[in-house]
Ligand binder design. Structure first.
Ligand SMILES: [Zn+2]
Length: 88
């Protein structure tokens, strides 16, 4: 494998993508779920494509909840939505 880029699986559509292209949501050791813009925070993480369809799936699907151990709070979903919208 000459490709050094790390890949991660989107928790909504189960497709693999480069880590740098995915959005990361993390549940911190303190129990807060946050949008991890730096992708470097400690905690249980879930990845999502920069796609509205994946965000919509993430709202409904249990897989994100399973990855994080709890649902994504509304304000974090809003942040992700903004990020996706601005990325075009
Ligand atoms: Zn996806």
């Amino acid at each position: 494998m000459r490709n050094k880029a790390e890949t991660r699986t989107c928790s909504a559509c189960r497709e693999k993508a480069q880590k740098s292209e995915l959005l990361r949501v993390v549940r911190t050791p303190e129990g807060f779920v946050v949008f991890d813009r730096s992708r470097k925070m400690n905690g249980r993480g879930a990845y999502l494509c920069r796609k509205q369809t994946c965000l919509d799936k993430a709202k409904k699907s249990a897989s994100i909840r399973n990855s994080l151990g709890c649902p994504i709070p509304e304000e974090v979903l809003n942040e992700l939505e903004k990020e996706i919208t601005h990325a075009g």
